[in-house]
Design a protein around this ligand. Structure first.
Ligand SMILES: [Zn+2]
Length: 327
């Protein structure tokens, strides 16, 4: 849901393409016609809705262009999609966590700058005579403040706060632990924020409920899949000697039928091997899946079956575990 790239081409600025998904048009229709907000009186309220829709669009674009301009500077070929839950900036993975953090922070930073600028413009006396302009600017101020604050201060994945939280965790623990902690914190924060909001204000929002539902579901799926949350360009680089030695020892142990040793070496590699290349990581999951099956740790093996490259060998190990469970 969060990674569909499909959309209609909207416009391009400075080699950055902006796309709009059908869901964004539906969101705009909701804002303009306020089907649940009592917009029955027609005329003036629809005009107001159009101004709010324009304010939301400008606020989202400024936020996403914050990400896009910084990632373009890093040569990451960004593009932007406006979709049903806001905006997305697609780009190639940054080289390092530090550079990634700068790209992530640039969105909310641009959003808060917009809020400050809008507040300044609202103080100009000459502009206060125009009601439509006032409505637009106040909408812009409100949306840019609230949206950027939610985005950056709550550790919800895949919002910017969740991304920064994940990058922070990666400074201390390895990716698989950082990923699990990030996704669990994201689910907990989303549920707390939504129920907290409803409890405190006594209101109910269909939009927020649907948004929270999709966040929790996508977090849950990501947690089950075991895929890393970020990829680095350097992930494709050369593994270091320690990693190569350990994985070769583990392969030899597996080959000779010493499953305990193969299992032990892979866990050692995961806990002390630093950042693993994708290739070595896949090999670790494969060896763990087979060795855990052979030493009777089928419960543990289940998660490795999901993470390992799907081969006949893995399929056989999976069937063996299912057979054992059935017996
Ligand atoms: Zn963002």
């Amino acid at each position: 849901m969060f990674h569909e790239r499909s959309g209609y081409h909207f416009f391009s600025v400075g080699r950055i393409d902006v796309f709009v998904s059908m869901w964004y048009l539906i969101l705009m229709a909701f804002i303009i016609f306020q089907p649940f907000g009592g917009g029955v009186e027609g005329g003036p309220q629809i005009a107001e809705g159009i101004l709010y829709a324009a304010a939301v669009t400008v606020a989202l674009l400024v936020h996403e262009f914050g990400h896009a301009l910084v990632s373009r500077r890093q040569g990451l070929g960004p593009s932007i999609l406006l979709h049903g839950f806001g905006g997305l900036c697609f780009h190639e993975p940054a080289e390092t966590d530090g550079k990634d953090a700068i790209v992530v922070a640039a969105g909310p930073a641009a959003g808060f700058l917009l809020a400050v600028a809008t507040y300044g413009v609202l103080q100009i006396p000459a502009l206060q005579a125009s009601m439509p302009l006032q409505t637009f600017l106040q909408g812009l101020l409100w949306v840019s403040l609230v949206w950027n604050a939610i985005n950056v201060f709550l550790p919800i994945w895949p919002l910017d706060g969740g991304k920064l939280f994940h990058l922070l965790l990666r400074r201390g623990i390895d990716e698989s632990d950082a990923r699990d902690a990030t996704l669990r914190a994201s689910i907990a924060t989303t549920l707390l924020a939504v129920f907290g909001l409803y409890a405190l204000t006594g209101t109910f929002s269909l939009f927020i409920t649907i948004l929270a539902f999709f966040i929790v579901m996508s977090n849950w799926r990501a947690l089950q899949s075991g895929q890393p949350l970020v990829r680095r360009r350097s992930d494709a680089g050369e593994p270091d000697d320690f990693q190569v030695d350990k994985i070769e020892e583990a392969e030899a142990a597996l080959e000779s039928g010493d499953f305990d040793e193969a299992y032990r070496l892979c866990h050692q590699l995961r806990s002390t091997g630093g950042r693993l290349t994708e290739e070595i990581r896949d090999e670790v999951w494969r060896i763990l899946a087979i060795s855990a099956t052979e030493i009777g740790r089928c419960d543990e093996a289940k998660s490795y079956f999901e993470r390992a490259p799907q081969t006949k060998e893995i399929q056989r190990a999976r069937e063996k575990c299912e057979q054992n469970a059935a017996d």
